[in-house]
Design a protein around this ligand. Structure first.
Ligand code: SAM
Length: 331
């Protein structure tokens, strides 16, 4: 059966063209606000989707009008065979953009393969520029590795290179200026992401939350932030640039901005569930039906039904918390 693009339109007339895929729940870091030690049992190998299964669902999704895919995790680069899988996905007809979100620990060693596999756009999560603080936040002495990976990616011509930073009160908020200043010297897109109340973290989100309005006000002391016009492929980031800077600043504010009305995203979790809103625990199972012999048409119907149930918006504020784990959902 042939579907015309776009097919995934919800009842609020949002066209869903962006699929984020968590290829594994496993991660080589233990970030204190994501999955600190002991907070999360690993899924069994059989519980997560095989590459073959992810590929099949991605192909179906692309047939339904998804033209932008991001591979995330857990940490995508810890999964064996990931670069071969990227190559396969990147050749899917109808896909216009394929990108990767990584913590950067294994980036340097994989950049050649990632580039040959067809990825040009990389997001790297980095919450501090201080080596000791990096250990405190992630549980691993990996700052140098990540920074070398970012530098090499730039030299190799990856663009844009987005650096995602989650400001947390009293932990790394003193570094927001240094992150912002980085955009004068380097062509990186630094994006400040609001801390979200997800997962069973032993971390008080409410008292450590910083709204992006505050971050923006503070870093505006360094210079006037000029808005950057949005392109059709932009996500929810509000984009700005300092006069004369090489890079950009972005703000992703799921809690204070409620950009739900322009949300174009679907998420495929590592366990094979389709999640239509990051900040709502409702998910539709794709793995069960797929392993039970569902046809492609049956699976398409699950996509369409999930999309028809996409909520108008999330009702979450920084006081509540969800059960879903970022590492399974993919952020
Ligand atoms: N391992 C990869 C990485 O570190 O980029 C991909 C997965 S990670 C779950 C994706 C993003 O989610 C990271 O940028 C991380 O900072 C962000 N994240 C995790 N937990 C979060 C939370 N509670 N609030 C805001 N962002 C969070």
């Amino acid at each position: 059966m042939e579907y015309n693009h776009p097919v995934l339109i919800d009842k609020y007339d949002r066209h869903l063209n962006y699929l984020r895929i968590s290829v594994t729940d496993r991660c080589n870091l233990r970030c204190i606000y994501c999955r600190p030690d002991g907070s999360l049992p690993k899924l069994r190998h059989d519980d997560i989707l095989s590459y073959e299964e992810i590929y099949r669902l991605t192909e179906i999704a692309v047939g339904l009008g998804i033209n932008k895919v991001r591979l995330t995790g857990g940490e995508p680069l810890v999964r064996k065979g990931i670069t071969e899988f990227i190559s396969r996905v990147s050749s899917l007809h109808g896909l216009r953009e394929l990108s990767l979100t990584t913590n950067g620990i294994y980036l340097k060693d994989n950049l050649e393969k990632i580039r040959s596999a067809g990825i040009k756009r990389i997001n790297i999560s980095l919450d501090t520029l201080d080596r000791e603080k990096y250990v405190k936040i992630t549980g691993y002495d990996g700052f140098d590795l990540v920074w070398e990976g970012i530098e090499l990616a730039r030299q190799m011509g990856f663009h844009p290179i987005k650096i995602n930073m989650v400001p947390i009160k009293g932990l790394n908020d003193d570094e927001i200026y240094e992150f912002a200043r980085m955009t004068f010297k380097y062509p990186y897109h630094v994006r400040f992401i609001e801390l979200m109340p997800l997962g069973a973290v032993k971390f008080d989100i409410r008292t450590n939350f910083l709204p992006n309005t505050l971050i923006k006000a503070r870093i505006s002391e360094l210079g006037r932030l000029e808005p950057v016009s949005r392109s059709g492929f932009d996500g929810p980031a509000e984009r700005f640039k300092y006069n004369g800077a090489l890079g950009e600043i972005g703000f992703i504010s799921p809690l204070t901005e409620h950009f739900c009305r322009i949300c174009n995203r679907l998420r495929l979790t590592s366990e094979g569930h389709l999640r239509v809103c990051l900040l709502s625990d409702h998910e539709e199972d794709l793995k069960g039906p797929m392993r039970g012999g569902a046809s492609d048409d049956d699976l398409r119907r699950i996509f369409l039904s999930a999309v028809s149930n996409k909520p108008k918006g999330h009702n979450l504020d920084s006081k509540e918390s969800l059960l879903g784990q970022m590492s399974e959902i993919g952020g």
